[in-house]
Design a protein around this ligand. Sequence first.
Ligand code: PLP
Length: 444
Amino acid sequence: MDYVYGPGRNHLFVPGPVNIPEQVIRAMNRNNEDYRSPAIPAMTRTLLEDVKKIFKTTSGTPFLIPTTGTGAWESALTNTLSPGDRIVSFLIGQFSLLWIDQQQRLNFNVDVVESDWGQGANLEVLASKLAADSAHTIKAICIVHNETATGVTNNLAAVRKILDHYQHPALFLVDGVSSICALDFRMDEWGIDVALTGSQKALSLPTGMGIVCASPKALEASKTAKSLRVFFDWKDYLKFYKMGTFWPYTPSIQLLYGLRTALDLIFEEGLDNVIARHGRLAKATRQSYGWKNDIVISFILKCIIYFVYHFVSTPSTLVPVPLALLKKRIAVEAWGLKNCTQKEEWYSDTVTAVVVPPYIDSSEIVKRGWQRYNLSLGLGLNKVAGKVFRIGHLGNLNELQLLGCLAGVEMVLKDVGYPVKLGSGVGAACAFLQNTTPLIASRI
Ligand code: PLP
């Protein structure tokens, strides 16, 4: 028996790779083709034009590279920088850590700005480094827009503002792997020089395509950058772009057709609606797990009840009633789980990392979800291993799918001995979604 088999659909809620829509699966179910025939270059031309829309750029040059996010990182770095170049890079979780590791192994001089996992990039330190760098020794700022390990979204507009304030010419390199096509992302407006993503995240494709977009300034930098590069050299791509054949080596035909359909679906829904949907699903998830608002509201309500009792009850009824009410409040607070993200300004709309109490190993939650409910949740990684589990809510996903996941999480929490009231989180999410979900645009 295939031990991977489970009846019904797998509820895939890791923060990438994500569900692939049926339309995309069907579009990719095709034979190979001669990529030198007129058909593939013609399709590639439309893909390169359309992919710019998800980066919100008109001046950028995109590259569709047979690789993953990690290769896209390498493409961004090696095409724009030379060994020994000083770069400022923010360490806030596992993926920024891995990018920094790559930067160090590529022999850049990396100035690491570290924050606690659960916090965003420390932009005050960036400001002080730029202020002190009148000689412009800093060649690039590297930042992960959305740290998938902790569910933290950094403020890219603020980074641009700081760079502009100091009139600093450093290149602005952004990992948008778990943000582009899901979160508000504005390459041109925020003056981003290289932005990149991977096909298996919000685009909802199989893994295997890294999409890198370079600003005119980044292309200019690539003419003098001395980092060794062969497979990732933008020069080769640009040569073939000029020739109109587009490909310096064999592309994955199936992924190209998949990308065509994925973009068509995104444009049919409307990119802004896609981004709004991610915001809605994220809030519904946080509503289930944050409980901050509920605690505050219930506290206020209970205070009101307390004072009503205080003024209307006799001394004999005064004491037991408020105590019972307060006890209830404490119980609610006790079962509330925390978001790993420490401040609201950093909340991610693509992944929620949920902190579990110290007596529970979050890996057990992930294991149990898969074994019992055919639910795939994200593990806690590195520093937060065993401490958090992650709910990915990105890509081609709707409200009812999310509710299935939330129901599964509640059951798993109960399985591992956490005193959760079944239906409480799902109920909160339902109430929120019932109030906020619009009609499906194409069905009106
Ligand atoms: N950057 C971020 C933010 C990620 O979440 C990931 C993977 O999850 C990567 C980079 C690495 O991408 P890949 O695994 O496709 O190489």
